[in-house]
Design a protein around this ligand. Structure first.
Ligand SMILES: [Fe+2]
Length: 132
Protein backbone atom coordinates (compact mmCIF):
# COMPACT_ATOMS: atom_id res chain seq x y z
CA UNK A 1 0.00 0.00 0.00
CA UNK A 2 1.89 3.11 -1.21
CA UNK A 3 1.41 6.74 -0.28
CA UNK A 4 -1.02 8.34 -2.75
CA UNK A 5 -1.65 12.04 -3.50
CA UNK A 6 -5.13 11.84 -1.95
CA UNK A 7 -3.29 11.39 1.38
CA UNK A 8 -1.61 14.77 0.98
CA UNK A 9 -2.03 16.98 4.03
CA UNK A 10 -0.77 20.05 2.17
CA UNK A 11 2.10 20.71 4.57
CA UNK A 12 5.38 19.87 2.88
CA UNK A 13 7.34 18.55 5.86
CA UNK A 14 4.45 16.35 7.01
CA UNK A 15 3.79 14.95 3.54
CA UNK A 16 7.49 14.19 2.99
CA UNK A 17 7.65 12.27 6.27
CA UNK A 18 4.42 10.40 5.54
CA UNK A 19 5.85 9.32 2.16
CA UNK A 20 9.01 8.04 3.77
CA UNK A 21 6.97 6.26 6.43
CA UNK A 22 4.93 4.40 3.81
CA UNK A 23 8.13 3.52 1.95
CA UNK A 24 9.54 1.80 5.01
CA UNK A 25 6.27 0.13 5.96
CA UNK A 26 6.22 -1.25 2.42
CA UNK A 27 9.80 -2.47 2.70
CA UNK A 28 8.90 -4.25 5.91
CA UNK A 29 5.87 -5.87 4.27
CA UNK A 30 7.88 -6.99 1.23
CA UNK A 31 10.70 -8.33 3.35
CA UNK A 32 8.14 -10.30 5.35
CA UNK A 33 6.59 -11.74 2.21
CA UNK A 34 9.98 -12.67 0.79
CA UNK A 35 10.79 -14.49 4.01
CA UNK A 36 13.86 -12.41 4.52
CA UNK A 37 16.06 -12.82 7.53
CA UNK A 38 14.46 -12.37 10.89
CA UNK A 39 17.26 -9.96 11.84
CA UNK A 40 16.50 -7.76 8.85
CA UNK A 41 12.79 -7.65 9.76
CA UNK A 42 13.76 -6.76 13.30
CA UNK A 43 15.94 -3.93 12.00
CA UNK A 44 13.18 -2.56 9.78
CA UNK A 45 10.71 -2.75 12.62
CA UNK A 46 13.12 -0.87 14.89
CA UNK A 47 13.62 1.77 12.22
CA UNK A 48 9.88 2.21 11.74
CA UNK A 49 9.45 2.52 15.48
CA UNK A 50 12.12 5.27 15.71
CA UNK A 51 10.95 7.04 12.60
CA UNK A 52 7.34 7.07 13.79
CA UNK A 53 8.37 8.71 17.06
CA UNK A 54 10.43 11.33 15.23
CA UNK A 55 7.60 12.00 12.79
CA UNK A 56 4.97 12.40 15.50
CA UNK A 57 7.24 14.76 17.41
CA UNK A 58 7.80 16.91 14.31
CA UNK A 59 4.08 16.87 13.54
CA UNK A 60 3.24 17.85 17.10
CA UNK A 61 5.79 20.69 17.03
CA UNK A 62 4.29 21.92 13.79
CA UNK A 63 0.79 21.87 15.34
CA UNK A 64 2.07 23.88 18.30
CA UNK A 65 3.71 26.40 15.98
CA UNK A 66 0.37 27.16 14.29
CA UNK A 67 -1.66 26.93 17.53
CA UNK A 68 -3.63 24.02 16.20
CA UNK A 69 -6.82 23.58 18.31
CA UNK A 70 -6.97 19.76 18.12
CA UNK A 71 -3.42 19.23 19.32
CA UNK A 72 -4.45 17.17 22.38
CA UNK A 73 -6.56 14.71 20.39
CA UNK A 74 -3.67 14.26 17.96
CA UNK A 75 -1.17 13.69 20.73
CA UNK A 76 -3.41 11.02 22.26
CA UNK A 77 -3.85 9.28 18.91
CA UNK A 78 -0.10 9.33 18.36
CA UNK A 79 0.58 7.83 21.79
CA UNK A 80 -1.93 5.03 21.10
CA UNK A 81 -0.23 4.27 17.81
CA UNK A 82 3.22 4.16 19.39
CA UNK A 83 1.86 1.68 21.94
CA UNK A 84 0.52 -0.43 19.07
CA UNK A 85 3.92 -0.43 17.38
CA UNK A 86 5.62 -1.41 20.63
CA UNK A 87 3.22 -4.33 20.92
CA UNK A 88 4.00 -5.36 17.38
CA UNK A 89 7.70 -5.38 18.21
CA UNK A 90 7.26 -7.42 21.34
CA UNK A 91 4.93 -9.88 19.56
CA UNK A 92 7.56 -10.21 16.88
CA UNK A 93 10.30 -10.81 19.42
CA UNK A 94 8.35 -13.31 21.52
CA UNK A 95 7.06 -15.23 18.49
CA UNK A 96 10.66 -15.69 17.38
CA UNK A 97 10.03 -13.71 14.22
CA UNK A 98 6.80 -15.35 13.08
CA UNK A 99 5.98 -13.95 9.63
CA UNK A 100 2.22 -14.00 10.04
CA UNK A 101 2.55 -11.87 13.14
CA UNK A 102 4.48 -9.28 11.27
CA UNK A 103 2.46 -9.31 8.05
CA UNK A 104 -0.88 -9.03 9.83
CA UNK A 105 0.36 -6.39 12.19
CA UNK A 106 2.01 -4.43 9.40
CA UNK A 107 -1.31 -4.31 7.55
CA UNK A 108 -3.07 -3.18 10.70
CA UNK A 109 -0.51 -0.42 11.23
CA UNK A 110 -0.79 0.76 7.61
CA UNK A 111 -4.59 0.86 7.83
CA UNK A 112 -4.40 2.82 11.03
CA UNK A 113 -2.02 5.42 9.62
CA UNK A 114 -4.02 5.79 6.40
CA UNK A 115 -7.18 6.47 8.39
CA UNK A 116 -5.34 8.78 10.77
CA UNK A 117 -3.97 10.85 7.89
CA UNK A 118 -7.36 11.03 6.17
CA UNK A 119 -9.39 11.81 9.27
CA UNK A 120 -7.04 13.83 11.43
CA UNK A 121 -3.85 15.00 9.70
CA UNK A 122 -5.64 16.51 6.72
CA UNK A 123 -7.40 18.86 9.13
CA UNK A 124 -4.01 20.27 10.17
CA UNK A 125 -3.34 21.34 6.58
CA UNK A 126 -6.83 22.80 6.23
CA UNK A 127 -6.36 24.78 9.44
CA UNK A 128 -2.91 26.03 8.35
CA UNK A 129 -4.38 27.19 5.05
CA UNK A 130 -7.28 28.99 6.72
CA UNK A 131 -4.81 31.06 8.76
CA UNK A 132 -2.94 32.37 5.72
FE1 LIG B 1 -1.06 12.90 13.27
Amino acid sequence: MPWTPNLSVGVEIIDAQHKKWFEYADKLFEAGQKHQAKEYLGELLAFLDDYTKKHFKDEENYMLSIHYPEYDAQKKAHAAFIAQLAKLRSDYDTSGGNLMVILNANQMVLDWLTKHISNMDKKIGAFAKSRQ
